[in-house]
Design a protein around this ligand. Sequence first.
Ligand SMILES: *[C@@H]1O[C@H](CO)[C@@H](O)[C@H](O)[C@H]1NC(C)=O
Ligand SMILES: *[C@@H]1O[C@H](CO)[C@@H](O)[C@H](O)[C@H]1NC(C)=O
Ligand SMILES: *[C@@H]1O[C@H](CO)[C@@H](O)[C@H](O)[C@H]1NC(C)=O
Ligand SMILES: *[C@@H]1O[C@H](CO)[C@@H](O)[C@H](O)[C@H]1NC(C)=O
Ligand SMILES: [Mn+2]
Length: 650
Amino acid sequence: MFRRDKGLLNWSTVRVVFSEKPFSLQPVNMMRMFSRRHTFIFKLAILVGSIFLVLCLVMLYDVGGRTSPEPWLQELSEKHSQLMGVVRGAASNMGFQIGAPLPPPSKPGTNPTSHRCPPGLYGRGDLKPHLERPPQDPLGPGAYGRPFVSGEMSPAEIKEKQDGLTKNIFNQFASDRISLHRSLGNDTRHPDCVGQQFRRCPPLPTTTVIIVFHNEAWSTLLRTVYSILHTAPAFLLTEVLLVDDASTDDHLKSRLDEYVLQLGIVRVLRQSERKGLITARLLGAQAARGETLTFLDAHCECFDGWLEPLLARIVEEPTAVVSPEIVVIDQNSLKFVKPIESAQNRGNFDWNLNFGWEQIPDEYQKQRKNQTYPIRTPTFAGGLFSISRAYFDHIGSYDDKMEIWGGENVEMSFRVWQCGGQLEIIPCSVVGHIFRTKSPHTFPNGKSVIIRNQVRLAEVWMDDYKQLFYRRNTKAAIIAKEKTYGDISERLKLKEKLGCKNFTWYLHNVYPEAYVPDLTSVKFGALENIGSKTCLDVGEKNTGGKPVTMYMCHKSGGNQFFEYTSHQELQHNINKPLCLHATPGALLVTIELCSRKGPGSGVAPEQVWHFTRASLLKNLSTDKCLTMDGAKVVLSGCDSANQNQQWIFS
Ligand SMILES: *[C@@H]1O[C@H](CO)[C@@H](O)[C@H](O)[C@H]1NC(C)=O
Ligand SMILES: *[C@@H]1O[C@H](CO)[C@@H](O)[C@H](O)[C@H]1NC(C)=O
Ligand SMILES: *[C@@H]1O[C@H](CO)[C@@H](O)[C@H](O)[C@H]1NC(C)=O
Ligand SMILES: *[C@@H]1O[C@H](CO)[C@@H](O)[C@H](O)[C@H]1NC(C)=O
Ligand SMILES: [Mn+2]
C-alpha cells in the first residue's frame, strides 16, 4: 500500500514544484529579516547585496526559466557559461538552495539569453509541423492508414511481392505503393488527449530524433522520416539523424544522402562496420543537438500530437524516460491500427530476462485520473522513447560493451529505476510500428551475443536474483561462470557513483506484482528420462493448458527447465508458476497454472509428484507413474524396473 501511495505522492510533489515561483520570494524574506537591525551601513550593505542577488536571480530565471532539485542537473550546469558560475557562487554564499537551470537551448540562430517564456498555453498555430502534408488522395493505396488492397497481380508483381517479403519480413510491395506522406486520418485518441494543451512556461524542449537502420526498405524508412516532419512541431524538432549500421543495400548509400539533403533537417551518420543498435544509438546521441533525444525505429508512422506529450512530461519530470503507446502497423497490409480506448499494457520481464507486455493492474489504473497521466512501467520495449539528453548521459546512456542488439532495454529499465529515474508510457503519444514475426537480419556471432548482453546486465543490476536467470538459462550460467561476459567494472562504478538501489528494492517498489521464484530451491534443471535419454519439454509457446512432450536434451534450460518444490510440485516457472498436471482420465500430462498460490493455499492432488528412491515420479493415491512414451508423456502403473519411468535432474 505504501508503495502505491508513493507513486501518487510523486505526482503531487511535481505539481507543487511547478506551481510556485521559487525565485521571487526568498530575497524579500531576507530583506525583512535584516531590516529589524538598525545599523545604517549594515542595512546599505544588505541592500546592495540583495539587489545584486535579485539581479542574479532574474538573470538565472531568464536563462533557464525552470528549476529542478535534481543534483545531476546541477552538475551539468558547470559546463555552461561563466555567468552561471558567478550566479551560483553568489547564491550559495548566501545560503540559498537553488537548483541550477537546464542548459540553454542549443538551436542555432536563436539567442539563448533572450529566451523568455510567456505565460499561457501553446496555441494550434505554435505547434505547426515542420512540413505540411501535401493534399491526400482519399482513394490512394493505404490512404488514411487503411490496409493496402492489391488487385489482380501479374507474375512479375507476384515475384516482387515475394522478394520483398523474404527480404524484409513485411510487405514491401505494399509499402512501396503507399504514399510516403500518408495521413492517418482523424485524431481518434481519447478525448483527454485530443484536448490536451501544453504550457509555454517552462517551454517544451527541443528534440533530436535518432533512427538506427540496417538494410531498411526505402519506402518504410522515408515514410518514417516524413511522418515525423509532418507531425512534429517545427520549433521542437532540431533534426532527424539517420544512423546507418553498415547497410549494404545500394539505395541506402549516396542516393539516400542526396535525397535527405533537400529535406535540410535530416542527416545521415554512418557506422562503417556492423556494430549494432547500441553503438549506433550512442553515435547518434553524441551528434545530437536537441535538448532531448527521441529514438524511433526505421519503420514507424507517428500519429497526430505524438511528440508534445512526451516532451511535456520530460519538462515536468526531467528524470522520466518516456515511451509512446506503440500501435501496430500490420506487416502484411500496412494497415495502421488506430488508437482506441482499449486495454493498455505495460512492460514486464521474465526470468529468462526477456521483455514482455502485461495488463496494467486495475488498482494502479484507477489512480490515473485521466488519460493524460503517464503509466509507470517496470520495463520498456526500448525501441521508441524520449529522454532528456543531459539525463541520458547522467544515467549512463548504454552499456557500450554490449554487442549488436538485445538486453539493452531491460538493462536500461533496471538502471533507470534503480538509480532514481522513472520509466513511463504516455498514452496520449501514439506511434505505429511494423511488428515482424522474426528479424530479417543476420547477427554476427549468432544469438549468443544476446545472452552475453543479458549476463552483463544480470551481473551489474540483479544481485543474487541473477541466479534465477542462470538456473533457467544454462548458456548464461556458463558465460557467468567462465566470466566471458567482458569487463563490467565501468558499469559497477557507475552504479556506485549514482548511488543506485538494489534489485530487492526494485522488486518491492517498482514491480511488487512480479512473480519471483524460489531462490533457495535445490532440485532444478532438465528432467532427463533414463530410458530414452530425452528430456521433459513444455514445447513451443506453452503458457499452460497444453501437453508436455519429450525432446532431445538441449541442456540450455528454457522449455526444459523444471524445479521440484518443497511442496512436491514440478514447476516450469520462467514467467509464471506452471505445474506439471495430471488430469484424471486424460491420456496426456499437461502443464497448468499452479494451484498453490502462496502460503496457506494447498496443492491440488493433480500437481503432487512423489519422487521415489528409484527415481519414479509417482502419484501416491493412484499408484501411477510419469512415463515416457515416445514423444508423449503419460501416466501408467508404476514399475521401478521400467527405465521409461525413471527420471533424473541433469
Ligand atoms: C473524419 O471525421 C469526419 C467527421 O466525423 C468524417 O466525416 C470523415 O469521413 C472522417 N475522415 C476519415 C478519413 O475517416
Ligand atoms: C487531466 O489531468 C491533468 C492533471 O491533473 C489536468 O491538468 C487536465 O486538465 C486533465 N484533463 C482532463 C481532460 O480532465
Ligand atoms: C537492499 O536495499 C534495502 C534498502 O533499500 C536494504 O534494506 C536491503 O538490506 C538491501 N538488500 C540487500 C540484499 O542488499
Ligand atoms: C493422484 O490421485 C488423485 C486421487 O485419485 C487424483 O485426484 C489425482 O489426479 C492423481 N494425480 C496424478 C498426478 O495422477
Ligand atoms: Mn522494429
